[in-house]
Ligand binder design. Structure first.
Ligand SMILES: [Cu+2]
Length: 162
């Protein structure tokens, strides 16, 4: 990856690496990443963040060592019933921040190996594909936030149906 970077870009990447909560490699930046804490034996939780791509791209997959399965989900409304479904990708239009939040897209961590506790960091590896089909990965350390964050009750409830 670094081999193909122009000198100027390499400089920017080095600056980005110094940023605390902004693991930025090449074209896409991640901010405000977090994972919802779980109670003991809870099977699934959500990860949330804001992604900004500098050229038209999409988020195509996410991996994490804390879960057996990681999916990208979208919230759906079927009449009055809220649900969620897996999506193949999340579009990241050039320059436009796209939020993965509890009311929209989220990363679903399923089959958790351990309780996810507030104060921990959850490693996430995001795979981003650009308009030409080239893929890059982004490593993010997402801090764990408490259970009582907005919308947590309804969200966790829905996951029981998975
Ligand atoms: Cu979900």
């Amino acid at each position: 990856m670094a081999v193909s970077l122009q000198p100027i870009k390499r400089g920017l990447a080095a600056i980005a690496l110094l940023g605390l909560a902004l693991p930025a490699l090449a074209e896409t930046t991640v901010s405000d990443a977090w994972v919802r804490a779980t109670v003991p034996h809870q099977q699934a939780t959500g990860a949330f963040m804001t992604l900004t791509a500098s050229s038209d791209s999409k988020l195509v997959s996410v991996a994490s060592p804390v879960a057996k399965t990681v999916q990208i989900h979208a919230m759906t409304m079927n009449g009055d019933v809220m649900g969620m479904k897996e999506v193949a990708a999340v579009e990241l239009p050039a320059g436009k921040p796209v939020s993965l939040d509890p009311s929209g897209y989220h990363v679903m961590l399923m089959g958790l190996h351990d309780q996810v506790k507030e104060g921990e960091q959850v490693p996430l590896t995001l795979t981003i594909e650009d308009a030409k089909g080239a893929k890059q990965t982004l490593d993010v350390q997402a801090p764990v936030r408490a259970l009582n964050t907005e919308a947590s009750a309804g969200h966790d409830h829905m996951h029981m149906k998975h």
